[in-house]
Design a binder for this molecule. Structure first.
Ligand code: ATP
Length: 600
């Protein structure tokens, strides 16, 4: 991780980051990039001409003769200087126009890359605790990408103006470059020290900021409103949020005395060096080595150079800081493209119809867990079968179905579909054959139609959509919505509505049925449904079971009566299998759980 390395590591990365950033800008808006560069170069050239004209005007102005004749002689140069200044400002305005165009486009490009990366990785990558933290950091990189445009613009402009001032001074007298260096060096050193302090501060607060960001997300999410308000959690959450923000602030504030010391030292050194530079200049002038006119120009040029250096350094610090966040963003985005993190697309094609899914001696470990979530599990599933998977919390049911779906890859053993080992399957063709109603599903802020067809190629035929809705008993509810299938299921948006928990669950089931998959997995599909809804779903499952393998994970053991076979799991192992009538009297865990569920 970049954080383990130092500032030097970051500085080494900056050019590559800037090139990548430039490429993004180039593909977003070439014209704006060209205008930005041309405008800043033109603005720098204008500043150089302004200085040269000033130098030329100084000769007559500080020379001999009447005031009128001196002004007359200097007049054309003064007009030239005025025009150069106007030109430089005009060019800068175009630079700002380009910046205004690039900022939002780069923000969008960085944001899109992040979301695509987050959506591209395999589900297993999410299990790595670093993944969430990396994503939070990358989010900050997205926000900072916008500011980087301004920084690059000012950095470039200042650099060009500094080079222009240096060039003009060197042209006047080679020694003047030394005078300029003497005047600006301490500010440079001060800025580097400041950047180091800021970088270290960033490292100390980054973990706290990540947690804070997560909390912000929860606090603003209506989904958690019932839980927060109904449990009286608000005062503690406020207290907790205040505490973490105070801790972060305290760490940042603890750095301010160091920054003050750095500033005072660098300003004092700057003052001494500037006085030294002017002393050298005075000596050169008095000893006749440079003319009075040159010396007057040097003073103007040094002032301009100092302003440029101040901008340059301030924006270099900003640039470094933002590159730091961008490095986090870059790492996350590149991870989302690395072959070992994304699903396989080059493997064997999974056929549309599957007769047998075989699980052979499969074990699976989650990161940082000593015991396997699945331990040498062997099972076979046949087309047309409805299999219920039951067991106590944490026994490995959800892990098993993720392996069947190919969402996780077995670490030991194999899961195969008609002989195709899923570790070697093309994941795209596999996910085309599966459908799942997970325990936790999203309430997508899309129309009813899209909520049903999501994951399928777009269709103009609503008949199949209505059919899927009929299978879950949602036809009347949808007909009564203000815009039927077009109704937006997002109460937060104008014209949108929301559904009840059970209705949302029915929509999730309709989506799975609409897919007509080879493997249909339902993990607690009816936990929020009323008795009628539950009855309807299980009746429908039975009706459509002939064409596929259906796996239902459930804690409501009465529902397992519809299953052809029940698989009982304990501590990651399969301990019982068989039809309901057999298991309910077998004296094993199933019978015990069944009796407990009726012992009220
Ligand atoms: N993402 C994860 N990271 C780490 N450990 C996990 C993860 N998901 C599950 N586990 C662990 O794996 C084991 C099996 O979990 P799994 O979710 O498969 O159980 P389950 O039978 O579906 O439980 P439940 O009935 O509560 O849904 C548990 O010990 C759980 O703590």
């Amino acid at each position: 991780m970049l954080e383990e390395h130092g500032l030097l590591e970051l500085v080494r990365k900056v050019p590559a980051l800037l090139v990548r950033f430039l490429r993004m800008a180039w593909s977003a808006d070439r014209r704006a990039v060209v205008v930005l560069f041309v405008a800043e170069i033109a603005s720098g050239a204008g500043a150089a001409v302004l200085l040269t004209m000033t130098a030329k005007a100084m000769g007559p102005l500080v020379g001999t003769g009447t005031v009128a004749s001196r002004v007359h002689e200097a007049g054309p140069y003064l007009i030239g200087a005025g025009c150069a200044a106007a030109f430089a400002r005009g060019a800068h305005a175009f630079g700002t126009w380009a910046e205004d165009r690039l900022r939002p486009q780069l923000l969008t490009a960085a944001d899109r890359a992040l979301i695509h990366a987050a959506l591209s990785v395999r589900l297993e990558v999410y299990n790595d605790p670093a993944f969430t933290q990396d994503r939070e950091k990358a989010e900050t990189g997205v926000v900072r990408s916008e500011r980087l445009v301004t920084e690059v613009q000012v950095f470039l402009g200042s650099l060009i103006r500094l080079v222009a001032a240096g060039g003009v001074l060197a042209g006047l007298h080679p020694l003047m470059l030394g005078v300029l260096m003497l005047a600006v060096l301490p500010s440079g050193a001060g800025a580097v020290v400041r950047a180091r302090i800021e970088y270290r501060t960033h490292l100390t607060v980054s973990a706290g900021r990540t947690v804070k960001q997560m909390m912000r997300g929860y606090a603003a999410n209506r989904h958690f409103g019932d839980e927060m308000h109904g449990n009286g959690m608000i005062p503690y959450l406020k207290f907790w949020y205040d505490r973490i923000t105070d801790t972060i602030d305290a760490k940042i504030l603890a750095q301010t005395p160091k920054q003050l010391r750095t500033d005072l030292l660098s300003y004092a050194a700057s003052g001494v060096c500037l006085a030294g530079a002017y002393g050298v200049l005075a000596w050169l002038t008095v000893s006749g080595r440079v003319s009075l006119a040159v010396s007057a120009t040097v003073i103007v040029a040094v002032r301009q150079a100092l302003a440029s250096v101040r901008d340059l350094l301030a924006y270099t610090v900003g640039l470094l800081r933002h590159c730091l966040y961008l490095a986090d963003w870059e790492r996350f985005v590149d991870n989302g493209r690395s072959p070992e993190k994304v699903p396989r697309t080059d493997g064997k094609t999974v056929p549309p119809v599957v007769e047998t899914v075989r699980v052979e001696k499969v074990s699976y470990w989650y990161p940082n867990k000593p015991a396997p979530a699945l331990d040498e599990v062997s099972l076979t599933f046949q087309r047309g079968e409805v299999v219920a998977v039951v067991g106590e919390n944490g026994s490995g049911k959800s892990t098993l179905v993720r392996l069947l779906l190919g969402l996780y890859t077995a670490e030991k053993g194999t899961v195969s579909w008609d002989g195709i080992d899923l570790a070697e399957a093309n994941q795209g063709t596999l996910s085309d054959r599966t459908a799942v109603v997970p325990q936790d599903f999203a309430c997508w802020p899309l129309s009813v139609r899209e909520n049903v067809t999501l994951g399928q190629p777009r269709t103009w035929d609503d008949e199949a959509v209505w059919e899927a809705l009929a299978q879950v008993g949602m036809v009347d509810v949808v007909r009564e919505l203000p815009r039927g299938l077009d109704t937006l299921l997002a109460r937060e948006l104008w014209g949108g509505v929301t559904l009840s928990g059970g209705q949302w669950q029915r929509v999730a089931c309709a989506r799975a049925l609409y897919r007509q998959p080879a493997l249909l997995v339902l993990d607690e599909p009816t936990s929020e449904m009323d008795a009628r809804g539950e009855h309807q779903i299980f009746t429908e499952l039975k009706k459509v079971a002939r064409d596929r393998i259906t796996v239902v994970v459930t804690h409501r053991l009465d529902n397992t009566r519809i299953a052809d076979r029940i698989v009982v799991m304990e501590h990651g192992r399969v301990t019982e299998q068989g039809p309901f009538d057999q298991l309910v009297t077998a004296g094993g865990l199933f019978q015990e759980l069944y009796e407990l569920s009726h012992d009220r």
